[in-house]
Design a protein. Sequence first.
Length: 206
Amino acid sequence: MSIKVLQFCEPFYTIKAVQDEKEYKIGNKSIVVNLSESSIMVKNRPVNHLKSTIVTNVVVNNLKRAIIVEDYERNIDHAKLFEEIKKKWPLVYDMTKQERHKGILLWRSSKEKIFGNTEINLCYIAANVSTGLHKMHPPDFTEVHTQILGVGKMQKTEENDYGTLYQEVILAPGMTHDPFYDEQVVYPWHQYQSVTEAIFMAVEIC
């Protein structure tokens, strides 16, 4: 049993990695992400593997591996929050040097490893910005994204061309999209695109 307060998100959010806890009391509105194949239970209703939900004033049960973003609405002044984040987090291009990140208004926190095989980070993105179509994730990992603030969407395309778009998944706070990879862990061309200014959490599983 363990509850670890993570550092990568400070001072903007309080995020905890919770492992093998039979129950956990939630106070203020919090986002719970289930990284275990065993369902988390909220009032006898399941939150399944790689799904998330917003809960408040309730005890959640059977947390084998979970991320909890506590009191995620605590930052009321969004403009101030975004300005502070831009001072603290580097632009993603400065970290990755990937061509698809060049020139885009996307800032990323450091990464932190949890549960031995998972790394998580937060990203702040300006409104109406795409992260760039891609299929591979060097080094190899699978990923999902959880929306923390604002509205975004995950997009799938047939080719490395936005004109071949065939599916969009809308993300509002507290939502985690279904994995995009197939049974052979092959991804389609895909990207995240913001609708509003937004903060999302990337969950990368090795």
